[in-house]
Design a protein around this ligand. Structure first.
Ligand code: UT7
Length: 327
């Protein structure tokens, strides 16, 4: 039976010009750390840091322009913009509306989603639902973050882990047969558990009665949840579509830590070359990490039409989720 499917028509990314290698963090920022520690514990070698005045909306607009260009879709076709960010330009207007304005779009609607590092998977899930129900026909789904502005640069346990950047995908309405061989988003699976809200949070900010407005993380605690929850949600997605580990062509995971990414590859029985890894170059860019990795892989011509791609992420909330997409 014919049914609506949301197709990923193009992926784009943007990284700020300034690239800071691990060694420079120790020297320039006066942080007691070493390239060796960071590489060994996280796989991170460098991160990009936004210029003064460079905002989540500006970076998101740049990523969106590249995604539209690669999709061969005119900006005038866009009727929905959904932005995942934990570092919006301001509490309101939504960063998505700023991007709408920067792209010169005056129709449709635009709004933000707050699900920390899982934000892109949440945003993709919402876009898919809106496209399938006919509320939108061409959506920009964007993850954009300036985490450098919410880091405690005196806390070496967190400040070495994150970077700035943006990624975007264009999602368009298409048709399928309701089978796992269809092109498009096959399904999305979202979870949250607020009991663990304090192990990864921004302490303060708009509307709070105190705090510093900076990121705090109990890294070991988050790590403990990561692999088991991520493996379970990818298995949930595969089972929902009658698929197995062997059907995954590419795993595009949230890029927080190479150790987590490699453990996921092992859990899913995937050879190393089937796992897209950008954490070394980008560090953890939170909601931007999956679309940036997708844009990187697409730019290298790695993902081909018909490939089944599994996306997964976990982050503050705790929130976690997965999506299966056939390109
Ligand atoms: O994106 C959202 C999801 N986030 C994640 O998935 C992050 C999950 N967590 C992690 O990736 C890891 O827990 C971290 C990379 C954050 C930390 O790795 P770890 O192996 O758990 O290290 P640790 O925090 O237990 O620290 C080990 C040691 C400590 O020294 P002692 O107490 O053993 O003497 C730290 O003080 O390493 C020390 N340390 C550092 N040393 C040099 C912590 N940060 C640094 C640093 N440079 N930057």
């Amino acid at each position: 039976m014919a049914m609506m499917r949301s197709l990923i028509a193009g992926c784009g990314g943007y990284l700020p010009e300034r690239c800071v290698p691990n060694a420079a963090l120790a020297a320039e920022f006066g942080i007691e750390t070493s390239d060796e520690w960071i590489v060994e514990r996280t796989g991170i070698r460098q991160r990009h840091i936004a210029a003064p005045g460079e905002t989540a909306s500006a970076m998101g607009s740049a990523a969106a322009r590249q995604a539209l260009e690669r999709a061969g879709i005119e900006v005038s076709a866009v009727d929905a913009i959904i932005v995942a960010t934990a570092t919006p330009d301001s509490a309101f207007p939504a960063t998505a509306v700023r991007i709408q304005q920067q792209l010169g779009i005056t129709r449709g609607f635009a709004f933000d989603i707050a699900a920390a590092c899982t934000g892109f998977v949440y945003a993709l899930s919402v876009a898919d639902a809106m496209i399938r129900t006919g509320q939108a026909r061409c959506a920009l789904v964007i993850g954009t973050e300036v985490f450098s502005r919410i880091l405690d640069w005196t806390d070496r346990g967190t400040c070495v882990l994150f970077g700035d950047g943006a990624g975007a995908v264009v999602v368009t309405a298409g048709e399928g047969e309701g089978k796992s061989t269809d092109r498009g988003i096959l399904s999305t699976h979202l979870h949250s558990d607020g009991r663990h809200g304090d192990i990864l949070l921004v302490d303060g900010g708009a509307g709070s009665t105190g705090g510093t407005g900076l990121l705090r993380m109990a890294g070991k605690e988050v790590f403990r949840h990561a692999v088991s929850k991520l493996a379970a949600v990818v298995d949930e997605a595969l089972a929902a579509n009658g698929l197995g580990h062997g059907d995954i062509r590419w795993l595009v995971p949230h890029q927080a830590n190479l150790r987590i990414i490699e453990a996921m590859g092992r859990k899913l029985n995937l050879p190393r070359e089937r796992v897209v890894v950008t954490v070394g170059q980008h560090a953890n860019t939170s909601a931007a990490s999956i679309p940036l990795a997708l844009a990187d892989a697409a730019g290298r011509g790695m993902i081909e039409r018909g490939d089944l791609v599994a996306l997964e992420a976990i982050g503050g909330g705790l929130t976690w989720g997965a999506a299966l997409v056939r390109f």
